[in-house]
Design a protein around this ligand. Structure first.
Ligand SMILES: *[C@@H]1O[C@H](CO)[C@@H](O)[C@H](O)[C@H]1NC(C)=O
Ligand SMILES: *[C@@H]1O[C@H](CO)[C@@H](O)[C@H](O)[C@H]1NC(C)=O
Ligand SMILES: *[C@@H]1O[C@H](CO)[C@@H](O)[C@H](O)[C@H]1NC(C)=O
Length: 364
């Protein structure tokens, strides 16, 4: 009897699971269809930009931040642009072009005191201007060290994680209270290499992938408080920004920290690699990026009443590459990526240095 009831119960449980699974399946299909219809019908709902909506953008010293700050101001928002240094060329240029129209503050997102000051400045500004609200925090500040993983010192690795990932998290955390009160949104600038990482920037790509993943979880947490979380993936503008501004010092640091074995193994290749990179020079004067599509996508992040989770700006060339990367077998994908990066070719060191036998892997 007890054996029978036991097997009956098992049967019942299996049936129950099946019912639940089928039910869930039908529900998911139904909801997907409904949400698609909903998404299309609300597609065009836009809010209007005005002075009472405040947008704060980090890392406006150069490149994308420098450009987005100007564009957000031109849209009609009150823009607070943050700069690692108020003496930077970007800061001076924005001051020359916009005067007090774009408010400038100094902010180092790895520094807790600096973050606290920024929050206080914004809080003060909002209390002085009744009716104004924090519309968006744009997490843009980031750094990139170009070089193979093995070459990057712990200091260089840590710096990228500290600024790109931890800094963004610390800053957003400090803004959570204001964001909840004003039902603002968080727009985090991610990167195409968060989706498909690339050789030479594996660490940078990993920090961006971490940001995308964090955003995914945070989005659901904050939705119930009316705070919208999204990521913005711009095309590559490394050559138009100062994101690699310290590359020369970084190359020096990598080289200085090579072991004897690494010197022997990489010497010539490392040289050619960095000569190749040296052609990627930032513009001597910060310039606003000229790319209508970039701004169109960015406007969506600020103005869509019901924003998407991810906004991607993707030149046609990128679309093609990404299709290739995504659907090719790994061997082919890696071949395409090598072609895409066009880095110098590695050739083994054939020198018959007598000392070579002594070169060991223990770091000496
Ligand atoms: C940013 O803050 C960190 C932590 O206080 C500090 O180590 C770093 O030197 C600062 N960077 C700049 C450019 O001031
Ligand atoms: C690595 O390089 C930096 C900068 O060139 C130098 O200050 C540092 O002492 C080096 N570290 C080691 C462990 O050699
Ligand atoms: C080979 O290694 C030696 C050091 O052992 C270095 O001086 C030389 O430049 C290297 N040659 C190439 C082609 O990398």
């Amino acid at each position: 009897m007890s054996a029978l009831s036991k097997s009956l119960r098992v049967c019942f449980e299996i049936l129950n699971e099946l019912y639940t699974a089928v039910g869930a399946g039908v529900l998911v299909i139904g909801l997907t269809a409904a949400s698609l219809v909903f998404a299309f019908s609300r597609d065009k709902q836009r809010i209007t930009a005005n002075k009472k909506k405040v947008v704060i953008i980090t890392g406006c010293d150069s490149g994308i931040g420098f450009s987005l700050a100007q564009h957000a101001a031109e849209c009609g928002f009150t823009v607070i642009a943050t700069f690692l240094s108020l003496d930077s060329k970007g800061s001076k240029e924005i001051k020359r072009l916009y005067g007090g129209y774009i408010i400038q503050i100094q902010l180092n997102i790895t520094d807790s005191t600096s973050i606290r000051n920024a929050v206080q400045t914004l809080e003060h500004y909002l209390s002085k201007n009744p009716g104004y609200s924090l519309h968006a925090l744009v997490n843009n500040a980031g750094v990139m060290v170009f070089g193979e993983f093995e070459w990057q010192t712990e200091k260089l690795i840590k710096h990228q994680i500290d600024v790109n990932f931890l800094g963004t998290l610390k800053l957003t955390n400090a803004f959570c209270c204001l964001l909840r009160h004003h039902k603002g949104r968080v727009i985090t600038v991610s990167s195409h290499c968060a989706l498909a990482n690339l050789p030479g920037i594996s660490i940078y790509g990993a920090t961006k992938a971490a940001l995308s993943s964090w955003s995914d979880g945070l989005r659901v947490e904050m939705a119930k408080y009316g705070v919208q979380i999204l990521t913005f993936i711009p095309g590559s503008f490394a050559t138009e920004s100062n994101i690699m501004g310290r590359q020369l010092q970084n190359v020096q640091e990598m080289h200085d920290n090579f072991t004897a074995e690494q010197h022997h193994f990489y010497s010539d290749y490392f040289k050619r690699y960095n000569i190749y990179l040296s052609f990627i020079t930032p513009p001597s004067e910060p310039q606003k990026i000229q790319d209508e599509n970039l701004y169109k996508v960015f406007e969506g992040t600020l103005l869509d009443k019901y924003p998407d989770a991810v906004y991607k700006h993707e030149p046609l060339r990128y679309k093609l590459y990404h299709m290739l990367f995504k659907y090719s077998p790994v061997v082919l994908r890696d071949y395409f990526i090598t072609k895409f990066m066009q880095m110098p070719e590695y050739t083994p060191n054939t020198s018959t240095d007598d000392d070579f036998e002594d070169l060991s892997c223990d770091g000496n």
